[in-house]
Design a protein around this ligand. Structure first.
Ligand SMILES: O=C1O[C@H](COP(=O)(O)O)[C@@H](O)[C@H](O)[C@H]1O
Length: 238
């Protein structure tokens, strides 16, 4: 599992952008499209800074959400809302709203998850599991990734691609999330983390190998890249 330690947050963004550029190019040359999953949280500003600098054919991109909070798009907690503002409305990259596979809002978490799963299935007809080209993941200070939280029963979900959650320990409580079978069927996963508040958890995941959600990101036949800055990687051997 490649762990890339760089000087600071700016270099995390550069490295992450390089991986995105390379993976997009190989996916587009392999099957003419790039099917990528975005997370929210600290990843959103990384992408707002990094994506405008990469060389790619954005018209070939379809963007999914690794997880999404069930709040209106104009709510500051909406992950799509963040990307809409920083990438689309700002004109930072030539991406259009309909290139984002959006999550239905104003319905129950169950209904939103089912509707989202059905949309994902349209891109992967007849597949037992989807194979995303790249999933861009984050890791919360408690070791969660997507909306898969430590100790939560969703960690053991094996039949659904997308699951609802109504008791997220991190607000807002209602969300939808990709499940581990989907995450671990991706071609490439990348987890970017910056800042000393992540250092202890990075150690627990990468050194102590505790069975935390972020440690379970292990694509069966793909790669997972960890990109961390010196502060987040404080306890890693250089
Ligand atoms: O709630 C969430 O948190 C994780 C981690 O966020 P971060 O700000 O600590 O990087 C994020 O990956 C996920 O998409 C989001 O819904």
């Amino acid at each position: 599992m490649p762990v890339i330690i760089v000087e600071n947050k700016e270099k995390v963004i550069e490295k992450l952008s390089e991986i995105i550029e390379k993976t997009a190019a190989s996916s587009i040359s392999k099957h003419g499209k790039f099917l990528v999953g975005f997370s929210g949280g600290s990843l959103a500003p990384f992408l707002a800074t990094g994506l405008p600098k990469i060389k790619t054919d954005f018209s070939k991109w379809t963007i999914f959400f690794c997880d999404e909070r069930l709040v209106p798009v104009n709510d500051p907690d909406s992950t799509f809302g963040l990307y809409k503002k920083t990438l689309i409305d700002s004109g930072a990259v030539p991406l259009k709203e309909d290139q984002f596979v959006q999550i239905k809002q104003g319905v129950s978490a169950e209904e939103a998850a089912t509707a989202y799963e059905n949309k994902v299935k349209e891109f992967f007809p007849n597949e037992k599991l989807p194979v995303f080209d790249l999933l861009l993941l984050g890791m919360g200070p408690d070791g969660h990734t997507c909306s898969l939280f430590p100790g939560h029963k969703l960690l053991n979900e094996t039949s659904r691609w997308i699951a609802p959650i109504t008791d997220s320990p991190k607000p807002p409580p209602s969300r939808v999330t990709m499940t581990f079978p989907v995450v671990n069927n991706a071609d490439v996963c990348a987890i970017a983390a910056s800042g000393k508040e992540k250092a202890d958890m990075i150690k627990r995941v990468l050194v102590d190998k505790e069975n935390l959600p972020a440690a379970r990101v292990q694509p069966a036949s793909g790669n997972v890249y960890w990109i961390v800055d010196k502060d987040a990687g404080l306890h890693l051997n250089k």
